[in-house]
Design a protein around this ligand. Structure first.
Ligand code: HPA
Ligand code: ZN
Length: 361
């Protein structure tokens, strides 16, 4: 029956389509075909965490090589097990204890890029935290960066995906801990490390407490991003913009509750790194159809789409696209628009931007 159909992105539409909500639900016989279709669209993602891209099997392998007992972070099916955001952060930190040497990061970076490239991602930015490199071995920071860059260069040749790193302070480790992280960022700012940011628990301190680390990175000429409004609501987003003067916001979905703030974000061109699947799994929103990404975009905000921590949140870029298509009826034009926004908002140099643009076809 495929031949009799047309669909929202050019592929034949299954005649057994559900007309209920979500509007475009292919029958199960076609799910695989649709996934493949979304898989091959060229994509850019600006918001991933390198450690959070580690598959459970990778972390389990490192744990057994080093005799570290972290069995409690895994569910019976071998996936990561967590109940809520705070628990997620604990599980995340436990997984990071297995990442000890630059060689561990070389292996991780290569494995992540091989997997991500399978979903059509041609350019990816990833947060990496000095606090999670060998348990915070800041003296050896340059060796960790060299190992990641090495793996990224090899993966670019093999899989046609470019990676850039954003050094990240961990907010719930306190603002004092973000200052050395920002110095690490400034010391390695260059071809691979291209930005500074902050992740971690949001309800800790006020954005104003963290200005010093952002000032250090800004003074070094680095572009800036900060997680805000994943949990903290519109006020957190507003304060982050005011005090930290970032070009991009990680998540930022809480802004939706303040129309004046949404208008400000739209007018200033601050880019939101939206991670819908992450928000759904962590219950930052009640479900896909409650996600504000379309409302934000329609209010003129520059939105992009990313996975955050794919194996933790059971997502991939193909799955994000599939769900945006099913939930909101996104078509090729919608995907092209987020890709263009992401390309322009990427923290890489313009030569890299042009090379990536050529891969978008
Ligand atoms: N939010 C904040 N911190 C994080 C996340 C996230 O989704 N993932 C890894 N660190
Ligand atoms: Zn994140």
């Amino acid at each position: 029956h495929l031949l009799r159909c047309t669909d929202y992105t050019g592929l034949p539409l299954c005649p057994r389509l559900s007309t209920s909500n979500p509007p475009f639900l292919p029958c199960s016989a076609h799910i695989e075909r649709y996934t493949t279709m979304f898989q091959t669209l060229p994509k850019i993602e600006l918001h991933t965490h390198l450690e959070g891209c580690a598959p459970p099997s990778f972390i389990q392998q490192l744990a057994s090589e080093k005799n570290i007992d972290i069995a409690k972070i895994f569910a019976a099916d071998g996936g990561y097990a967590f109940e809520n955001f705070d628990h997620f952060l604990q599980v995340y930190e436990a997984a990071c204890t297995t990442l000890q040497t630059p060689e561990d990061f070389r292996r991780l970076t290569f494995a992540v890029l091989e997997e991500t490239a399978k979903h059509g991602v041609v350019y990816m930015e990833t947060f990496v935290s000095p606090d999670f490199c060998g348990g915070g071995d800041l003296v050896a920071w340059r060796d960790y960066v060299a190992a990641m860059e090495d793996a990224a260069t090899e993966a670019e040749m093999r899989f046609g995906i470019t990676l850039r790193g954003i050094v990240t302070g961990i907010r719930h480790f306190g603002h004092e801990s973000c200052i050395p992280a920002a110095h690490c960022a400034a010391d390695t700012f260059g071809s691979f490390i291209t930005g500074y940011g902050m992740a971690g628990g949001e309800m800790v301190g006020r954005p104003a407490d963290y200005t010093r680390s952002f000032d250090i990175a800004r003074d070094a000429g680095m572009p800036l991003t900060c997680h805000a409004g994943e949990w903290g609501g519109a006020a957190m987003v507003a304060e982050t913009i005011k005090h930290l003067k970032v070009a991009r916001i990680g998540h930022g979905i809480g802004a939706i509750d303040d129309p004046a703030l949404v208008q400000h974000i739209a007018e200033t061109g601050i880019v939101l790194e939206v991670c819908p699947g992450s928000n759904v799994v962590l219950n930052a929103v009640s479900g896909w159809d409650a996600h504000p990404i379309v409302k934000l975009r329609d209010a003129g905000v520059k939105v992009t789409v990313s996975t955050d921590d794919p194996p933790f949140f059971h997502t991939t870029m193909s799955y994000e696209y599939e769900m945006l298509s099913k939930t909101f009826g996104w078509t090729q034009a919608d995907f092209d628009a987020v890709t263009e926004t992401a390309l322009n908002a990427a923290f890489c140099d313009d030569q890299t931007r042009q090379r990536v643009a050529a891969r978008l076809g």
